[in-house]
Design a protein around this ligand. Structure first.
Ligand code: FAD
Length: 456
């Protein structure tokens, strides 16, 4: 270990190699509910692509695992270090290198947080539109998980915003992909292979991201429904209406109770309506002009009433903002309530109502509580599973995922596979595709050192 520490110290400086008791506890895990913390042999904090490349080359020479870490807000255990391996923390690579106002791009180092980028882009009237619920998350982590969040229904997910990358492969080579252009027809797209690869193909050292004008006018519409199926079933018509909502979220009655209590909110929903409401839709619209926004809100309210909403509330600006912020913190409310696991299956949006009905039947059959919310516009549930018996819970979560995949969905909509969902992914994946994926892994990382806990 002394030899390793000395060699790492030559690369990044002695104060940027942490071992033993100097490794903070928070670097041993992320926010996943079921993954166990692990202590790496060393934490390394590089401050340039050249340093990252030298660290990876050394790890390849010594056959050491390398796990990248952004802010550790992941929900699948994907940045949990390998025991005996290296954890590369990007906290010192946190500069916004450029806001290019003509090409509408931001060039960022991976440790930049969503908050940091939002503040900088707001100053120039632009926005980086991917808002996964935790704004302390890093852009490197967002790229590696292909983060989604509430605004995907309008802008797409991280994948759709990444125009280019600088990254270090498993051999310690620095590659640059893409550029400041929104299209290319230029052989295989390595940028998109790296996006969502959870640190298993390359370590991202710089990202070129797409920016958009920031619309100044925003309205939040809240619609309670008598049943969850009615709320989720309304979504295709809302998307089909063509007003282009910024987000379409559903929150079930129980989760809404938890969110509202956790944040101390009063949304002004009449008691009689609240008593009947088993689910809520939250639709946010943004516009460049106030008069157009008012028109959109009016049309949306009429449609929601036609679709069976018990009532329609256009929330005052501050209440709308508070509700969205509270919804972003739904995970913390669920965790505080003792949730044992979180499932983020995605299904076609038209299958949401049937999927949730199916899940509710599974909850009854196993005497479990399943409650939650989700990006219903994208068919992406975020369900908290309360079932203290680990064996029953394991079977239940397995069956919930299998049911989603059988309806044409996927294991994870946005949290990633990490170490939590790796096994079930392998169980359900097409063997021919797995062969191709393993060949891609070998091409980027021949020694298999990059995040081996996730890519086995
Ligand atoms: C309250 C809460 C709400 C959330 N809501 C959402 C949501 O709505 N949508 C959503 O998508 N996610 C959500 N998340 C999950 C999480 O915020 C995202 O997964 C985020 O992208 C993780 O970023 P991070 O910087 O914390 O990454 P980490 O947790 O540090 O790492 C995640 C993965 O990225 C890899 N990685 C990190 N940096 C790099 C790099 N530079 N190069 C290569 N690989 C790297 C890690 O190895 C790991 O595989 C939520 C989390 C919380 C706690």
């Amino acid at each position: 270990v002394t030899d390793l520490v000395e060699r790492l110290a030559v690369i990044v400086g002695p104060s940027n190699v942490l071992v033993g008791d100097d490794i903070p506890e928070e670097l041993t895990h992320d926010e996943a509910l079921t993954a166990s913390p692990q202590v790496p042999a060393a934490v390394v904090r590089p401050d340039s692509a050249a340093e990252v490349a030298a660290v990876v080359a050394l790890a390849a020479e010594l056959g050491l695992a390398v796990t990248a870490r952004g802010s550790g807000t992941g929900l699948s255990g994907a940045c949990v270090p390998s025991p005996g391996g290296l954890l590369v923390s990007f906290e010192r690579m946190a500069a916004i290198l450029e806001l290019d106002l003509d090409n509408h791009v931001a060039v960022v180092q991976p440790g930049v947080t969503l908050d940091q980028l939002d503040e900088a882009t707001a100053e120039v009237g632009l926005v980086y539109p991917v808002f996964p619920g935790e704004s302390s998350a890093s852009l490197g982590g967002n790229v590696a998980t292909n983060a989604g969040g509430m605004r995907a229904i309008k802008y797409g997910v991280t994948r759709h915003q990444v125009l280019g990358l600088e990254a270090v492969t498993g051999t310690g080579e620095i590659i640059r992909t893409g550029g400041r252009f929104v299209k290319s027809s230029n052989a295989y797209d390595l940028t998109q292979l790296i996006v969502g690869s959870e640190g298993t193909l390359a370590l991202v050292t710089e990202a070129t991201l797409r920016l958009y004008p920031r619309p100044p006018h925003v309205a939040t519409v809240l619609a309670p429904f008598a049943t969850l199926a009615a709320a989720t079933g309304a979504t295709p018509a809302i998307v089909g209406q063509g007003i282009g909502p910024l987000l379409v979220e559903y929150i079930d009655g129980l989760a809404m109770g938890g969110i509202v209590a956790h944040a101390g909110l009063d949304l002004g929903v009449a008691v009689a309506v609240r008593e009947q409401a088993q689910a809520y839709l939250v639709v946010v619209i943004e516009q460049r002009r106030q008069d157009r926004l008012a028109e959109d809100v009016e049309e949306l309210a009429v449609l929601l009433a036609e679709l069976g909403a018990l009532d329609v509330y256009v929330l005052p600006d501050h209440a709308g903002t508070q509700l969205i912020e509270a919804r972003e913190k739904a995970f913390w409310a669920a965790k505080a309530a003792g949730a044992d696991d979180i499932v983020d299956v995605v299904v076609p949006r038209s299958a949401m109502a049937a999927y949730i009905t199916r899940v509710n039947a599974m909850a009854s059959a196993t005497a479990s509580l399943i409650t939650g919310c989700g990006h219903v516009g994208d068919g992406n549930v975020h369900l908290s599973v309360f079932q203290p018996d680990p064996e029953v819970r394991h079977g239940l979560v397995h069956d919930m995922i299998v049911a989603g995949v059988a309806m044409g969905g996927a294991v994870s909509g946005e949290h990633g596979l990490g170490i939590e969902k790796r096994e079930i992914f392998l169980e359900l994946a097409d063997p021919a595709q797995l062969v191709l994926m393993r060949q891609i892994k070998v091409a980027f990382d021949p020694a298999g050192i990059l995040n081996p806990e996730v890519a086995r």
